[in-house]
Design a protein around this ligand. Structure first.
Ligand SMILES: O=C(O)[C@H](O)[C@H](O)COP(=O)(O)O
Ligand SMILES: [Mg+2]
Length: 294
């Protein structure tokens, strides 16, 4: 069935919303772009809560921790609890500690920002990272394989550098070092434009090593496992709301959720949604999230 555009169709929208008890909201490109809340996003979420819907926030953005995202949401006038928030820094830390069960004498070399540090710390994982300075002549001697590095974890890092990539590459030359990515988004939507995403930060490492990372953000179901580690819900009564077909909508479909809703305020376009032969398509889509308000 081809995706239905429900902007301007309040009855059909109300019937669609009625089918679900819980909505999983992507953030960048759905609720906000960078530091700017998208039109009437807070009002729309308040409206869904007034209908008795449960809301979860599920973001691939690893720059902040769940606690930090709670402050971002609250500052945007969106009250929520930390247990309603899931970010790829959290799903990655949970995977390393509880699934991979990284040995205590091993550490993580991380390329990322504060959210990654905070979530690794919260899971009791030893980690280290590099400053964003230039590579120095002595580094060519000192950088090399290190048996104590069990994992290289790469997420979006807006201070990425040749030095950071050079160090990570030395560690990844040991095939026993696990290569993980918080997510593989190619681009990051902000200020109405697209900028390099987490997937474009880790791509050089894949190019150098010939091995792709295991990604722990959407569409990986590692993110769903992290969510269900906190709360169980009826997937058939759940709807994923996102702006990217290859992450959010695929995550909802492959997670067996009851429905998927795309919005056109982020990365994916109406042309991509309607493309003949598209393999990942939402059930319905809107120009903007606030179209739900009618
Ligand atoms: O590059 C990235 O990490 C992503 O573009 C970004 O942060 C995605 O966040 P989301 O849309 O999942 O909230
Ligand atoms: Mg998004």
């Amino acid at each position: 069935m081809s995706p239905r555009k429900l902007t301007g169709k309040p009855e059909e929208l109300a019937a669609f919303v009625d089918k679900f008890d819980i909505f999983l909201f992507d953030c960048d490109g759905v609720l906000w772009q960078g530091g700017t809340l998208l039109p009437r996003a807070a009002e729309t979420l308040a409206h869904l809560r007034s209908l008795g819907k449960k809301l979860l926030f599920v973001t691939n953005n690893s720059t902040k921790s769940r606690t930090a995202y709670q402050k971002v949401l609250q500052d945007f006038g969106i009250p929520c609890s930390v247990d309603e928030i899931f970010c790829s820094s959290y799903s990655s830390a949970v995977y390393i500690s509880r699934v991979l069960q990284l040995q205590r004498d091993k550490k993580v070399y991380m390329i990322g920002e504060s959210g990654m540090k905070e979530e690794l710390e919260a899971e009791g994982i030893s980690y280290f990272s590099d400053g964003s300075g230039d590579i120095m002549p002595e580094d060519y001697d000192t950088f090399g394989p290190d048996e104590s590095v069990g994992v290289v974890l790469c997420g979006i890092d807006r201070t990425i550098s040749y030095r950071k990539l050079a160090r990570a590459y030395q560690y990844l030359r040991n095939p026993g070092t696990v290569f993980l990515a918080t997510n593989m988004d190619s681009t990051y939507p902000t200020n109405g434009k697209l900028f390099p995403g987490a997937g474009s930060v880790s791509a050089p490492l894949t190019y150098m090593t010939g091995r792709p990372p295991l990604s722990l953000g959407k569409p990986s179901q590692a993110m769903m496992d992290a969510i269900e580690g906190v709360l169980k819900f009826d997937r058939k009564r759940a709807c994923m709301v996102g702006d990217r077909l290859d992450t959010d909508i695929r995550f909802g479909i492959e997670g067996g959720l009851g429905g998927t809703l795309a919005v056109l305020t982020g990365v994916s376009t109406e042309e991509e949604i309607l493309k003949e032969g598209a393999t990942v398509v939402p059930d319905v889509y809107l120009d903007r999230l606030c179209d739900i308000l009618g």
